[in-house]
Design a protein around this ligand. Structure first.
Ligand SMILES: Cc1cc2nc3c(=O)[nH]c(=O)nc-3n(C[C@H](O)[C@H](O)[C@H](O)COP(=O)(O)OP(=O)(O)OC[C@H]3O[C@@H](n4cnc5c(N)ncnc54)[C@H](O)[C@@H]3O)c2cc1C
Length: 115
């Protein structure tokens, strides 16, 4: 990757352009654009599920996503996962919220079964 965004330029209405810098030549150029989308990558924030031996406390796939069933159950009894960190997550707010509702209802059932 030779070029990086050096500066975002704008006015009272918002973004108008970005200054792009070639890190090899230090050359810069202005690209006019009405907006900017920050791509933050695909890494899953799964640190909370890591155990002391640098493995995970429940089953994950090769990309570090938690394996769940349709009820958001993980491989560990009583542990549910919802949202972007689960397998096949579309990574959309509406889905994450739905996952959370599904998991919450399953948690209630699980607790009632334990009583
Ligand atoms: C730049 C950007 C733009 C997006 N645009 C859209 C869009 O237009 N439409 C759309 O539908 N979706 C969009 N998304 C995706 C959407 O934000 C996610 O799908 C959604 O937020 C996932 O919800 P979540 O609850 O799984 O995770 P998050 O919203 O990431 O919530 C996880 C929470 O857990 C906390 N956390 C993490 N680790 C720990 C820990 N160890 N202990 C305690 N708390 C912890 C975090 O601080 C965070 O608050 C966008 C995402 C990004 C990054």
């Amino acid at each position: 990757l030779d070029s990086v965004v050096d500066e975002v330029l704008g006015d009272a209405m918002g973004v108008t352009s970005v200054r792009v810098k070639n890190v090899k030549t230090n050359e810069t150029k202005i690209l006019e654009t009405p907006g900017l989308f920050v791509f933050v990558g695909h890494d899953v924030n799964n640190g909370v599920l890591k155990d002391v031996n640098s493995g995970f406390i429940c089953e994950m796939n090769d990309w570090g996503q938690v394996k769940v069933d349709l009820s958001m159950r993980t491989s560990v009894e009583g542990l549910f996962a919802a949202g972007d960190l689960r397998i096949e997550a579309p990574k959309q707010v509406v889905v994450a919220a739905g996952d959370g509702a599904t998991a919450a209802l399953q948690v209630i059932s699980y607790i009632q079964e334990q009583a």
